[in-house]
Ligand binder design. Structure first.
Ligand SMILES: Cc1cc2nc3c(=O)[nH]c(=O)nc-3n(C[C@H](O)[C@H](O)[C@H](O)COP(=O)(O)OP(=O)(O)OC[C@H]3O[C@@H](n4cnc5c(N)ncnc54)[C@H](O)[C@@H]3O)c2cc1C
Length: 399
């Protein structure tokens, strides 16, 4: 049976994030954005709301919510500001949920539990200066020496690079396979900021998600104990793709929240602003933009909810999650552009939030699979060129 009503628990979550956002975030976000300032103070508050471990089981320190709840939280967070949703995407989506499925009990005890409780912050390092979409092009290497791996390389465009304590890092552990670009030569590791040889920095020239932290980190012969290998040697590429199935879900739901923020700001402005003696909302071409926002919002929400429903049932969802991410992020770019348009010159000023929405939405059309990569994936599924599924597509079911 299909039921799109939110449960009481989900409604409560939605309401608590909304109330917290209105009180603690909305009054400050404009200034944080203008100051390019990441506010570490939100982290304990998000932890108190259970957002840093929302759908991690309670036995691993999480709130034991379901995946639709993760979508709700992501939508509400990006309604406030993209920087907040990004925290959940990398900390929980890309990192903790991956440890939940792929980590050993020892890794769950040492890393997952403190992350789910918000005592440690985590992120995901795949992208490098010379390789983004083409993940096999990474150059980082992990050389086995006795009971450790020695990691050397540089990761770029990493969300929370200068904030996180723990990093899920991908590097070539088989140099012959690296030469052949055989992804079975890539492995995944948990690297701590505290490990010798690790350093990080913040990218200063970014023009969107200004209240978020994005940066790089370098590993200069960082010694990682073999207990920190995630999965088996050579399973890193699969793990990286598995992680993206979780991160993309939060990005899809987040972009849906951004469309809602654009729609609300635009409707409100269209009722106030007059041109040619009438509210601009009564001009047909403005109505067209508002109606498009509404259809984009509703369709995006249904798509992320379907992906969440599949996740709750422990079913494969790579294609559906990818479609939700692609559709919602492209729609959010359209909504943000039209929201600025509806605001006219005022939209071009930081007095109104729509300019921030416009700057923030573009990143999601690039990260976690660009628009073009997602188009290719969907077409390849249709054409039968892609039938592969992650070996562990199923998450613990909540249905
Ligand atoms: C704000 C932000 C935060 C990020 N956070 C993280 C993070 O936390 N961790 C992380 O690992 N990475 C992160 N990234 C990196 C992000 O995942 C990459 O930027 C993304 O994968 C694209 O890679 P690229 O920038 O190297 O672009 P490229 O791969 O060089 O692509 C450039 C262009 O070529 C197109 N293109 C490439 N290949 C094809 C193809 N086969 N067919 C058609 N077109 C193609 C692309 O679509 C794009 O338009 C972040 C990026 C941003 C902007």
């Amino acid at each position: 049976m299909l039921n799109l009503d939110l449960t009481e628990e989900q409604q409560l979550l939605e309401q608590s994030v909304r109330e917290w956002g209105a009180r603690a975030v909305a009054p400050r976000i404009h200034d944080l954005d203008r100051a390019h300032q990441f506010d570490r103070g939100v982290l304990p508050q998000m932890a108190d709301l259970g957002l840093l471990g929302s759908c991690i089981p309670q036995k691993y320190g999480g709130a034991g919510m379901d995946y639709v709840s993760l979508g709700i939280a992501s939508e509400e967070l990006e309604y406030l500001d993209t920087s907040l949703r990004v925290i959940v995407s990398v900390h929980l989506g890309l990192n903790s949920l991956t440890l939940l499925s792929w980590g050993t009990e020892d890794q769950k005890t040492r890393y997952l539990i403190p992350q789910a409780q918000g005592k440690k912050i985590a992120t995901y390092g795949l992208t490098e200066p010379s390789a983004g979409s083409d993940a096999r092009g990474i150059q980082s290497v992990a050389i086995k020496k006795g009971d450790r791996y020695v990691l050397t390389g540089e990761k770029m465009w990493i969300s929370l690079a200068d904030v996180a304590d723990n990093f899920l890092v991908f590097a070539w552990s088989d140099l012959n396979k690296k030469k052949q670009r055989d992804p079975n030569g890539i492995s995944a590791f948990i690297v701590e900021r505290a490990f010798k040889g690790f350093s990080s920095g913040t990218l200063k020239e970014k023009w969107g998600i200004l209240a978020g932290n994005t940066g790089f980190f370098k590993m200069d012969e960082v010694e990682v104990p073999q207990e920190n290998l995630v999965g088996r040697e050579g399973e890193g590429f699969k793990i990286a793709m598995f992680a993206l199935d979780q991160g993309r879900y939060t990005v899809a739901a987040g972009a849906t929240g951004l469309i809602r923020a654009c729609r609300e700001a635009s409707v409100s402005y269209a009722r106030q602003r007059k041109a040619f003696g009438v509210e601009i909302g009564s001009h047909q071409l403005v109505k067209e933009m508002l109606a498009q926002m509404e259809s984009d919002y509703q369709a995006s929400r249904l798509l992320w909810m379907r992906a969440g429903w599949l996740k709750n049932a422990g079913r494969c969802n790579t294609k559906e999650t990818g479609l939700a991410k692609w559709f919602a992020t492209v729609a959010s770019e359209r909504a943000a552009s039209d929201a600025v348009q509806i605001h006219g010159a005022n939209g071009y000023s930081d007095e109104y939030p729509v300019g921030r929405f416009y700057r923030n939405c573009k990143g999601a059309v690039i990260y976690e699979g660009t628009r073009e990569i997602h188009k290719l994936l969907q077409a390849d599924y249709l054409l039968g060129y892609r039938t592969d599924r992650p070996t562990r597509c199923e998450l613990p079911p909540y249905a």
